[in-house]
Design a protein around this ligand. Structure first.
Ligand code: NAG
Length: 199
């Protein structure tokens, strides 16, 4: 089961900005969502803030991991170029972080991330998930986001087109379930998504 999916900023490569990460899109699934709802007395506004804070914790941890990974590999600054989404995805750094119980979700979890230029795409899963399948799904989601939403550049598009990201998640990650796809099905899904997005 996937716990959540996030699109957030990690800052330009080599930028001197403080450790901030702006969450541009987030979707929380299943158990975690129910937990939040059951945690009862909290008023909706407080619950919203608590959720925002939890997702912020994940985003900041991933941001630090992306920065460390870039320092370690001596990445040079690449400018965002529209139309070169496939190249950007090929050059993306990726990594895995293990998140303990309560850090910040109720149960232990694993965050997989892909750093693409100034943005990161993060998927948090329950620890027993098939991580290879999760990584494949994260790459596919990221590819669709980059291609269909033209996310390179400022990334602010996500804020405007979150319904499109919702639609992608509904197909590629229904209710937070990772899907094993055969090739035929995957190709149909790709086509269906592209035609939906071009509307
Ligand atoms: C990702 O997309 C490719 C191409 O459509 C497909 O072959 C593959 O099965 C997908 N992977 C996952 C994990 O969905």
């Amino acid at each position: 089961m996937v716990v959540c999916f996030l699109i957030h900023t990690v800052g330009a490569v080599g930028a001197l900005s403080p450790c901030e990460s702006r969450v541009l899109y987030s979707r929380v699934f299943g158990v975690e969502e129910e937990d939040e709802e059951l945690s009862g007395e909290l008023e909706p506004e407080k619950r919203r803030l608590a959720r925002k804070e939890r997702l912020g914790v994940v985003a900041r941890q991933v941001r630090s991991a992306v920065c460390l990974s870039r320092e370690a590999s001596g990445s040079v600054c690449v400018e965002a170029v529209l139309g070169e989404e496939a190249v950007a995805l090929g050059e993306a750094e990726c990594g895995v972080l293990s998140l303990g119980r309560g850090e910040p979700f109720a149960g232990p979890s694993v965050a997989l991330w892909l750093g693409v230029q100034a943005m990161a795409f993060t998927m948090v899963c329950q620890p027993h998930e098939n991580l290879l399948l999760a990584e494949g799904t994260l790459r596919n989601l990221t590819r669709h986001c980059l291609e269909e939403l033209r996310l390179l550049g400022t990334g602010s598009e996500v804020l405007l087109k979150s319904d499109r990201v919702d639609a992608m998640l509904q197909r590629l990650l229904p209710h937070g379930q990772l899907l094993f796809l055969n090739n035929r099905f995957a190709q149909n899904l790709d086509k269906e998504l592209s035609s939906y997005m071009s509307k």
